[in-house]
Write a protein that binds this ligand. Structure first.
Ligand SMILES: NC(=O)c1ccc[n+]([C@@H]2O[C@H](COP(=O)([O-])OP(=O)(O)OC[C@H]3O[C@@H](n4cnc5c(N)ncnc54)[C@H](O)[C@@H]3O)[C@@H](O)[C@H]2O)c1
Length: 207
């Protein structure tokens, strides 16, 4: 499937980074958050990064303007009505994500892929809140998004292969390195990292 327009829900740490790399890759991007001040902060930060790149001679003025033209903000999820992919990056609470995915399902066209940047929640459970579980997938970026190359792509129990493949291809267009991960809590990286941090943290008693 052809992906032209990407919606990003949540303009916090991760959402802002995702919107930035998508606009840089030439996609038409719409960024939405429930807090207007957070959208403004995200937009300011992204534009500042691009301006800095121009000042350092790493980006030309014309390309910066093109990127700025690719990035729009919206005031509600209804603004995702013509998106091909929506990437959710809001609070890590399953109940909130389920409500949001149900709403996205009602707003977005049938073909739209709904992706979650969750670090550890069940994609299958989030997908079950929608009428399109075959078109829901995990897309786990790492912080800071413009710098970190890895993206874990996590199919839920009902995610179609075509959808997983489309998201893997999208990651490549975003200049990321996708890996397919199984739906275990923590996927790949956090499954390894979290026990390691817990074991080595000096505040925890030695085993
Ligand atoms: N921060 C990280 O290092 C990191 C890394 C990988 C994945 N994640 C995951 O990404 C997601 C977002 O994390 P973050 O660190 O960017 O959080 P954040 O707190 O920085 O941003 C979350 C944003 O979501 C907005 N929001 C909350 N509910 C909303 C709703 N219903 N509709 C629209 N916007 C809403 C908030 O206003 C906030 O701006 C979480 O699921 C988190 O687990 C975070």
């Amino acid at each position: 499937m052809e992906i032209k327009k990407i919606g990003v829900l949540g303009a916090g740490t991760m959402g802002a980074g995702i919107a930035q790399v998508a606009a840089e890759a030439g996609f038409s991007v719409i960024l939405v958050d429930i807090e207007t001040a957070i959208i403004e902060k995200a937009l300011k930060g992204i534009k500042k990064a691009w301006k800095k790149a121009v000042e350092k001679g790493k980006l030309d003025e014309g390309e910066m303007q093109k990127r700025e033209g690719n990035l729009a903000t919206g005031s509600s999820m209804a603004d995702f009505k013509d998106c091909d992919v929506v990437i959710e990056a809001i609070v890590e609470k399953i109940e909130v994500k389920k409500v949001v995915f149900k709403e996205l399902d009602g707003i977005c066209p049938e073909h739209t892929i709904l992706a979650s940047n969750t670090s550890a929640l069940s994609i299958t459970e989030i997908a079950a809140a929608t009428g399109r579980p075959d078109r829901v997938v995990g897309m786990h970026f790492f912080n800071p998004v413009p710098v970190m190359k890895l993206v874990e792509v996590i199919p839920g129990a009902e995610t179609s292969e075509a959808v997983s493949s489309a998201i893997v291809e999208l990651c490549k267009k975003l200049k990321k390195e996708p890996v397919l991960a199984r739906e275990f809590p923590g996927f790949i990286v956090n499954r390894i990292l979290v026990p390691y941090i817990t074991e080595t943290c000096s505040e925890n008693p030695a085993p």
